[in-house]
Write a protein that binds this ligand. Sequence first.
Ligand SMILES: Cc1cc2nc3c(=O)[nH]c(=O)nc-3n(C[C@H](O)[C@H](O)[C@H](O)COP(=O)(O)O)c2cc1C
Length: 169
Amino acid sequence: MAFTIFFATSTGKTEDIADRLKELLPGTEAKDVDNIGSIDELVNAESLICCIPTWNTGADEARSGTAWDDLAQDIPNQDFAGKSVAILGLGDSSGYSDFFCDAMEELYTAFLQSGAKMIGKVPTSGYTYDDSKSVIDGKFCGLPIDEDNESELTDQRLNQWVQQINSEA
Ligand SMILES: Cc1cc2nc3c(=O)[nH]c(=O)nc-3n(C[C@H](O)[C@H](O)[C@H](O)COP(=O)(O)O)c2cc1C
């Protein structure tokens, strides 16, 4: 299954992770959703990895502060049936411990409503945080990455997750 990586970023960390993910998935493209022409680029992808930072602390909606916020409104109106979608979130588990990677859930729920097959859920063990809207039925609905506090764990987290989504797609 060929993945396309889609990301948005405010200060560059999510773009850096999208690039590192691309290295682990040879032949994969990484696209900034700020630069895509329309949502059709998402709809036309075979399988998707969507990388999203959290900025809008505690918000019910528009938790990313990036172009993902508008796309999340539109995704449920599209048909992603039969496509595998994996979510990856950037956050700060220490500074924003009550809202750790909250934006992942918004995107996860939007894609779920569009009929996508959601892959890449991750156990919460191994993370220290107080609360996260992205924990669903005891698991993170995607892969949390914390470059602010735990960058030394990122390589291992990415490698393990890539194996997981390759087998689940
Ligand atoms: C104003 C502000 C608000 C933030 N809010 C959250 C938050 O609610 N939850 C969280 O996990 N991280 C939060 N963060 C941390 C960022 O998500 C984190 O630094 C991320 O790596 C930024 O990614 P980017 O460089 O791609 O924008 C916040 C950071 C800032 C500066």
